[in-house]
Design a protein around this ligand. Structure first.
Ligand SMILES: CC(C)(CO)[C@@H](O)C(=O)NCCC(=O)O
Ligand code: NA
Length: 608
């Protein structure tokens, strides 16, 4: 099997790829010309807060299902078996907690940016630090997301690398700038369907070519690809039930609980109920997405298990290579799969552009230009969405210039930075004593911890240690690693037991979010108690988790008094929520500005 000779696209494949881009553009144009025609920031950034749960839920899945996941998960299953599938267990709490903790708090505060919360709860500096951390994380992520699939396609089919990067980047910039969040959400819906269709097509054809389901099962069973539940408690073990099912919850929370891209979708929902429903509906769809990826890996294994030769230099190329090889006699189907991979990329970067425009406008610009007119703000937000789109192309070029290990780091940064951001929101919601100084110190130490272990693992690995590949993300960007050596090291790595710092660096990637969010909370609390903890009555109403007071029912009353949790918080929150709606409808434009200034008076008014 010489990959570079046989793999080429027919005209119909190009047509299907072009159709994906044209249809996405069409949706963008439609929302530019219909409804309110994107003339307010409410419409451009929040879809007029009018969305229902079905499109929102499909959009929620599409955002964090990047092309790296689409090609990375089957490659992971192919090389290491089905252990990764257990991440499906983390979806339960990973979605229930956002639905019943984060959504109610964010929605009732009537926010636009999640970082407004940080100012309401702590202070302006905390908000700015949160925003800058998010921008840093997302800008790096979007470069990798647009570059990786283009590179893989280029390696397998000779499809022009920069043609693919420019086509996806520019089309995405256009429809995001024209159609705002409505276009982003509805293209996500369309792209999710293309994603499912592409994967399903590969599975059906693969099963048929292997000789039926029974044959596929026999081969993957005999090839030892069906993994039992691995209860090994070792935290350095890449994928076990604990790393996936428990560590994965924190990863899910950082993505589905507090990430601006997702929070913005919750806030764009018609009602709080609708937002919670959308989160519930993510569960079955995400399970389907996971199952499709895993089954695809198994089918590929069955289909190619008796062929010894390994074709490609990187796992994500392997998936594309197999798919192109399987589908070559069925014109159009390989085009569909390529459309599936690029749908995954488009839906991720469009969310990035829109959420970056939102936080830049709301958190960095608006607080300094209080007199800005709505028309100007809307124009500015479109300009920002467009600029971030162009910046994505620049980031793709930077990604191209990076060495393998830096590229690997770039993708890891996404996971590394998500944990501290989760930590700071948890600190604010669950711990009334946490103050602003504590929050800043917590965020700082969480980031240091994340980068220490993340960069440490990359540096020690490249200096020759066994490649304990962590998370499919990193599998998919190890561009130079040959699969045979990957299998080799996977077999050998059990023999080496790392010690000391080395052991710390080899912590499974799945624990990063948990480790760094705990670091934020613990440091945040210690510093808060040292610098004078906040009193519950000084905390802006509605910024604490509503049931917190009830949850501490077992604590004696006088102790509660000391811990500042004397009053049930649900009561205060409902007051806050009516107030927020009242403020909004009476035309005061920015809740944050109003609240932070009138915070103290408001609390006092409330009490007396
Ligand atoms: C959200 C999950 C955990 C769902 O399995 C996964 O798709 C993931 O880790 N996504 C983030 C990384 C990415 O796909 O770009
Ligand atoms: Na996506």
């Amino acid at each position: 099997m010489d990959p570079l000779e046989r793999m080429h696209f027919t005209t119909i494949d190009y047509v299907i790829f072009a159709l994906l881009l044209v249809a996405s553009m069409g949706i963008g144009l439609y929302y530019a010309l219909s409804g309110g025609r994107q003339r307010t920031t409410q419409e451009f950034l929040l879809a007029d807060r009018s969305m229902s749960c079905l499109p929102v839920s499909l959009s929620l899945i599409a955002t964090f299902q990047s092309a790296v996941a689409i090609v990375g998960v089957p490659a992971e299953i192919y090389t290491h078996g089905t252990q990764y599938w257990f991440i499906g267990c983390a979806y339960i709490l990973g979605l229930l907690i956002p639905a019943h903790v984060f959504i109610p708090v964010f929605y009732r505060l009537h926010l636009t940016s999640a970082y407004q919360y940080l100012e309401l709860r702590f202070s302006k500096p905390v908000r700015i630090c949160g925003t800058l951390t998010f921008i840093f994380q997302t800008v790096i992520y979007m470069g990798v997301c647009v570059y990786t699939p283009a590179l893989a396609l280029n390696a397998v089919t000779g499809f022009d690398l920069w043609g693919a990067v420019l086509a996806t980047g520019l089309v995405c910039t256009l429809y995001t700038t024209l159609g705002g969040l409505k276009a982003v959400i509805w293209t996500d819906v369309f792209q999710t369907i293309v994603m499912f269709a592409g994967q399903l097509a590969v599975i059906v054809v693969g099963v048929q070519q292997t000789g039926g389901l029974a044959e596929v099962w026999r081969k993957v069973w005999e090839g030892n690809r069906i993994s039992g539940i691995d209860l090994n408690p070792d935290p350095t073990e890449r994928y076990t039930f604990w790393t996936l099912g428990v560590g994965g919850i924190f990863l899910m929370l950082s993505l589905y609980g507090v990430n601006q891209a997702q929070v913005q979708r919750y806030l764009s929902s018609k009602t709080e109920r609708e937002a919670i429903m959308s989160c519930y509906m993510v569960f079955p769809s995400l399970q389907v997405a996971l199952a499709l990826s895993c089954v695809m890996g198994l089918v590929m294994f069955a289909r190619y298990s008796d062929k010894v030769q390994i074709c490609c230099s990187a796992p994500e190329q392997m998936v594309l290579y197999f798919v192109m090889d399987m589908l070559q006699d069925l014109p159009g189907l390989s085009g569909l799969f390529i459309a599936c991979v690029f749908s995954a990329a488009l839906s991720t970067i469009s969310s990035a552009f829109n959420s970056l425009a939102t936080v830049t406008l709301e958190d960095l610009i608006k607080p300094h230009c209080s007199s800005m007119t709505e028309a100007r703000a809307t124009l500015l937000s479109k300009g920002l969405a467009c600029s971030y789109g162009l910046m994505c192309l620049a980031m793709a070029y930077l990604t191209h210039l990076m060495s393998d290990s830096v590229l690997q780091a770039a993708f890891k940064i996404f996971g590394m930075v998500g944990g501290p951001l989760l930590g700071i929101f948890c600190l604010g919601m669950f711990f009334p004593w946490a103050n602003s100084t504590g929050a800043l110190a917590g965020l700082g130490s969480g980031l240091v911890m994340a980068f220490w272990v993340g960069i440490g693992s990359i540096v020690t690995r490249t200096s020759g240690g066994p490649a304990a590949v962590s998370h499919f993300n990193c599998t998919a960007v190890q561009l130079s690693e040959n699969i045979t050596t990957a299998i080799g090291t996977a077999l050998n790595s059990t023999a080496v037991q790392p010690m000391g710092l080395q052991r710390f660096y080899s912590l499974s990637f799945m624990w990063y979010s948990a480790l760094s969010s705990f670091t934020v909370v613990i440091t945040g609390l210690i510093v808060s108690f040292l610098t004078g903890p906040m009193k519950e009555e000084d905390v802006t109403p509605g910024t604490l988790y509503p049931l917190l007071g009830n949850m501490l029912y077992f604590v004696p009353d006088n102790l509660k008094q000391n811990l500042c949790c004397a009053t049930p918080l649900g009561h205060r929150v409902s007051q806050q929520s009516t107030w927020a709606h009242h403020t909004h409808s009476s035309g005061l434009c920015s809740l944050v500005e109003t609240t932070s200034k009138s915070n103290k008076t408001f609390c006092n008014k409330n009490k007396y």
